[in-house]
Design a protein around this ligand. Sequence first.
Ligand code: GLA
Length: 389
Amino acid sequence: MQNIRQVFQDQFNHSLAALASAPGRVEVIGNHTDYNGGTVIGACIKKRLYVALRLRDDQVIRLFSQNEDERVETSVSTYSNGDLPHWTAYPLGVFDEFRMLGSIENGFDMVVSSSIPTGEGLSSSAAFEMATALAFNELLGHDLPTSALVGLSHRAENRYVGVPCGLLDQTVVGFGKTDGLIVLDASTGRHHVFQIPSDVRLFIFRTHIRHELRHSPYEQRHRECRNVLIALSKVIPGIRHLAHLHPMDITAYDIIMDDILARRARHVVEEQRRVGTFLRTLHEGDIREAGQLLNASHHSSRSLFENSSPELDFLVGQLCAIPSVHGARLSGAGWGGAAMAMTSSEFSETDASAVADAYESMFEARPGWWTTSVCEGAKVESEDFVDAN
Ligand code: GLA
């Protein structure tokens, strides 16, 4: 892709004033636990999104996406009409949050350029929000801490984009550290960093099925989990988070839930336990056992939470059959998107290609795959930065 500074200059006839970037993320384990007040582990991947920004002194808003090759013009008084292309909702949602803080009244020019695939469970949306939030923070001279920008981006996703997601994506993208797994306790919003063992490699395999979380089964699962909590709070007073229940609570009370709700609840409470055990086994150096927990997580997503897909199951099945793969699972919301594998260094590119070949003969589409290091989170790029994607 062309250099983002040059693109900005060509589009708007002046230079950018701030450049910020944010990576995509992989969800390592903790599937659909975040909006249930649970713990979840994620890591930043090598693919990044860049936002170049300049504030204007009039009401005009101009956005150019290098990936879509699309330019959109709107204004401070009309941007929220809802008839703009979907990709503009992420920066406009963040802008809207800054406006609600009373921070900004004028418009802006923006270019976005990204190597993170969209709609594939790798949080291109959180990356767009966090990079936008950082760029505005920089130019408005606010000096808001990362936690505030994470909260602001999360609110933009919930309110403006309209997806009732939990805190996982924005937190991991905002706080990511090189070689660090981000362990988020979504009931408090606090996180800590856990050093990834040096002999572990992460591979990402993309199915060819993309998803959109607005008006989707994601919202339905969110509702189902809330309904379980309401039903159970009648018999277990004072419970605030589904993920904080014991699996025995589900066994004891599944009679008051219908079968579907009981399965959703079982997934959440057992997944919460797996997250804790995963951390302990990694800490003890038992990577094989940690891998088994990833497999168990996938199995639970497939059979209890029902957010997998034939493509994801196929990839995970193929990967798990290879001895150098410690474990594999779907990553993120599910229903398509991406799967991840935790492997030893013996897992080779030839092995990955063989998995892709098998997938292709099954689904007549080639899955993308790559190995990723664990990268640093969102940041403001320095003045001399030139090489965006
Ligand atoms: C999406 C959401 C996250 C989380 C995952 C599932 O990535 O954005 O908040 O709920 O799905 O664990």
